[in-house]
Design a protein around this ligand. Structure first.
Ligand code: FE
Ligand code: CA
Length: 528
């Protein structure tokens, strides 16, 4: 591992902080802690429910899926109220909701090093079917969760139903949107980041209050995730179907770019230590495969998924490997700094992986599930002095254009980009250069609004008409709260923009605000 690392250090400009970070990590008393563990394989008895964080599943393929839970009888205390000992946890998976027809079961060890999280990768399952699962620890039994496998790679399924969401600030609203999402009965959920916010309590709103200060230690991040999971709508949606998640910035720190902080005066070594804590807590809390486990301050989260031959998903990480935002993170014209071809969102390795993935794909729909808006949208809506977001793809225009060229030249079938991050809904038609109406259409972008971030928004954002007039690539824009529900067939893709009428109190109503269709073979978007 150290050898791999030093290879990379030789090629990065941040070698000194990397080296210091690794020597810092090497000095931590991890082994000493491990040797103090009781190796007792008898589960403790709990005075409150150790399954308070619920159950989840994720990252399915045609024959396996990850089952997840995390023991925490006192979820908002350091250590989750667990003793510093290994604890055995039983799991079982069945073909029926009443858990009679069990097809697989086993025992795994929940360790304090991984916050008593449990990630079981069940293999050898039938393709394209629903399963039910639960966990047991001592006398305690979890709720029953539902999950499913993907269709086999050779099969062209009739239909895929999935939802995608992002941005759930706990202080700014309730996660009520997930109640309607559960009623929509999706096969899968994609979460595109800002699952938590790292801010100190009271920074953002008054609906609910974050526990603690701005996140830094491993315990800080662990407790914040636990607090978010106290929201019953979120917890129940995790139990309904498998999720495929990726992070954006707030899982670590606002506007983070690779190893570079938004603020100028941050110690780079401490920043990597903080990132290691953030990434570990993320891994512990999410239904991810063990190959995603963090190594030091790195975690490989980009990965692919396939729903038979109907849809291929490239799940991207546009934060960990990106170069710094140009123009001081501010909205700017597309000047030399924004157009510099050294600017990268993906990094060379991830970009190569993405291109290989797209090249190989036999799928009808090729989906980039990612974080920040790709549409080159003039946010000021002023053709005489346009301004673009430098934290989004316009700050990395050269790489964005390389992706568009690749999609076009390799004739990638039906490219669709899914996006979160900006707390508003958008539908964009993507070209090599979105400023040029004569450029050929290449892809379609659906941007989902936030689950709760920003509190109740507005159906008609200020300056909407001006914005639409200045950006012919934008086909829809709305700034209320909600998520997007998609129904794909071999012939068409339907995207329903679902809106919650009130996130400031429980019980909000979620209804369809708009619906768009694209037909296979044509990236033009039509209102349904
Ligand atoms: Fe956000
Ligand atoms: Ca964000």
């Amino acid at each position: 591992m150290m050898n791999l690392k030093s290879d990379r250090m030789n090629t990065t400009a941040y070698a000194p902080s990397r080296r210091l970070f690794l020597s810092y990590v090497a000095g931590l008393p991890v082994c000493a802690m491990a040797s103090q563990l009781e190796s007792s394989q008898r589960p403790p008895s709990f005075s409150s429910d150790p399954f308070s964080l619920g159950v989840a599943s994720g990252d399915p393929d045609h024959q396996s899926v990850v089952l997840w839970t995390k023991l925490a009888p006192s979820p908002l205390e350091p250590g989750g109220g667990m003793p510093p000992a290994n604890v055995p946890v039983q799991w079982e998976l069945a073909k029926d909701e009443s858990m009679q027809a069990t097809v697989a079961s086993g025992t795994v060890t929940a360790t304090p090093q991984l916050g008593h999280s449990v990630h079981v990768e069940v293999e050898g399952l039938e393709s394209d079917r629903w399963y039910w699962y639960r966990f047991r620890c001592g006398e305690a039994e979890s709720q029953v969760g539902r999950t499913r496998t993907m269709p086999h790679a050779d099969v062209l399924p009739d239909e895929l139903r999935f939802a995608f969401a992002s941005c759930q600030n706990f202080e700014q609203g309730y996660f009520t949107a997930y109640e309607q999402m559960a009623r929509d009965e999706p096969d899968l959920v994609f979460h595109l980041g800002d699952y938590i916010y790292e801010y100190a309590s009271g920074r953002n709103g008054d609906v609910r209050t974050h526990q603690g200060g701005e996140l830094s230690s491993l315990d800080d991040y662990r407790i914040r995730y636990s607090q978010y999971r106290t929201d019953p709508s979120l917890r129940q949606m995790h139990a309904r179907c498998p999720w495929l998640l990726t992070w954006d910035d707030h899982e670590f720190d606002n506007n983070c770019a690779g190893e570079i902080s938004e603020e100028a005066d941050v110690d780079p070594v401490q920043y990597l230590v903080r990132r290691a804590n953030a990434y570990q807590a993320y891994y512990e809390m999410m239904p991810l495969r063990s190959r995603c486990q963090p190594r030091d301050a790195d975690m490989r989260l980009y990965r692919s998924a396939a729903f038979g031959r109907l849809a291929d998903f490239s799940i991207l990480d546009t934060r960990q490997y990106r170069s710094d935002q140009p123009n001081g993170d501010r909205r700017s014209p597309l000047n030399d700094a924004a157009l510099d071809n050294r600017q990268t969102m993906l990094g060379r390795k991830q970009r190569g992986w993405l291109f290989r993935n797209l090249n190989r794909s036999q799928a009808t729909w090729n989906v980039l599930a990612q974080q920040v808006m790709m549409g080159m949208v003039d946010r000021k809506g002023d053709p005489t002095a346009p301004e673009y977001s430098m934290d989004q793809w316009p700050g990395y225009t050269a790489e964005r254009m390389r992706i568009m060229e690749f999609l076009q030249q390799r004739r990638v079938s039906n490219p669709v980009v899914l996006t979160g991050d900006i707390h508003s809904n958008w539908v964009n038609e993507l070209r090599h250069d979105d400023r040029k109406e004569d450029d050929q259409l290449i892809a379609t972008e659906f941007v989902t609004t936030s689950i709760s971030s920003g509190g109740n928004g507005r159906a008609v954002p200020a300056g909407l008409e001006q914005l639409l007039a200045a950006n012919q690539c934008v086909k829809y824009h709305n700034a209320e709260r909600g998520y997007v529900f998609c129904r794909l067939t071999p012939a068409e893709w339907r995207a329903r923009y679902m809106i919650v009428d009130d996130v400031l109190q429980p019980g909000g109503k979620t209804t369809k605000q708009a619906e768009f269709v694209i037909e296979s073979g044509d990236p033009h978007v039509h209102p349904a």
